[in-house]
Design a protein around this ligand. Structure first.
Ligand SMILES: Nc1ncnc2c1ncn2[C@@H]1O[C@H](COP(=O)(O)OP(=O)(O)O)[C@@H](O)[C@H]1O
Ligand SMILES: [Mg+2]
Length: 290
């Protein structure tokens, strides 16, 4: 999938749809408390979420309430629907022809599948980072500025915003003197932090990460893990990982999906790893299958 596809506008609001309030994208601005206190306020909520690819069901009756400004890990064996779930949250599944989504996915109370939601605006508020770092063949500066430019925020303030995003992504110090060098010349770990900076630049509320460290070496992985914990002070982070130690290390909440696209258990991470309710979850956590 190209990044052009990601930002292409699919369903612009039309005249015969009710006027969204208060913005024009059908999405309300989430209240910014200004502080960094952790709340248990639900920011993302799935209700009876079912996803099909053609005839095949990938997610089955998923109900979940994801708290804001915490790290929620999504774990489970390969093919259990982790990536599918993540892609529901910012409607990336819209780009898969055979995908059909039923039920509700609420972002700050608003169903993102309502007709008046603009998926492009949604993805500005709910950014995404993929498994393999995918910087554009552009300068470091332009990679980060990309999100700002395509989103109409190119207001001369770009350099400051680029630096802020790089700083938040824990990359500024390493690249400060080479902002015009190609993003592709960075190491794998730096490239992934560049992609995180690109996702952060438009100032989203949520960052989705699909196995963001699985292509990285242990040192680079550890930097990404530290960064994710810091990011949760300002953003709601949902991270798919097949690495259970990683989930245990960095997440506040853990969602365990098992075969059939079923969300079997969702709870505090400590509870999931120390004393899960379901035997199937315990078996998975202790490596009896998967
Ligand atoms: N684009 C797609 N087209 C058809 N089937 C898909 C597609 N993406 C995923 N699937 C299927 O949906 C199920 C869940 O996949 P996925 O969400 O990628 O799982 P995970 O990320 O947990 O490995 C799998 O059976 C997979 O084959
Ligand atoms: Mg996946």
């Amino acid at each position: 999938m190209t990044n052009e596809q990601m930002t292409s506008s699919e369903t612009e609001p039309t005249d015969d749809q009710p006027a969204p309030t208060p913005g024009t994208d059908g999405l309300t601005d989430t209240a910014d408390s200004g502080g960094e206190t952790t709340t248990d306020r639900t920011l993302l909520e799935a209700r009876d979420l079912n996803v099909y690819y053609g005839e095949e069901q990938a997610l089955s009756d998923v109900d979940i309430e994801i708290p804001e400004k915490q790290v929620t890990a999504v774990i489970g064996p390969s093919g259990c629907g982790k990536s599918t779930f993540l892609r529901c949250i910012n409607r990336m599944n819209d780009l898969v022809d055979s995908a059909r989504v039923e039920g509700e996915l609420r972002f700050d109370g608003k169903n993102v599948y309502d007709d008046d939601v603009d998926p492009v605006a949604l993805r500005r508020k709910i950014g995404m980072v993929f498994q393999s770092p995918n910087p554009f063949p552009k300068s470091i500066r332009d990679n980060v500025a990309y999100g700002l430019k395509v989103q109409g925020k190119d207001d001369g303030d770009v350099d400051a915003k680029v630096r802020t995003a790089l700083e938040r992504a824990a990359l500024l110090e390493e690249v400060e003197d080479q902002l015009d060098a190609s993003g592709l010349d960075l190491s794998g770990g730096q490239q992934q932090r560049l992609c995180i900076a690109r996702a952060i630049a438009p100032d989203p509320d949520v960052i989705l990460m699909d196995e963001p460290a699985s292509a990285l070496d242990p040192v680079a992985t550890s930097k990404i893990e530290d960064l994710i914990e810091d990011l949760a002070e300002e953003y709601t982070v949902v991270i798919v990982t097949h690495n259970m130690q990683q989930a245990a290390r960095i997440s506040d909440k853990t969602a365990v999906f098992l075969t059939g696209g079923e969300l079997v258990e969702f709870d505090d991470t400590d509870k999931i790893f120390e004393n899960p309710e379901h035997e199937r979850v315990e078996d998975y956590i202790t490596g009896k299958f998967g």
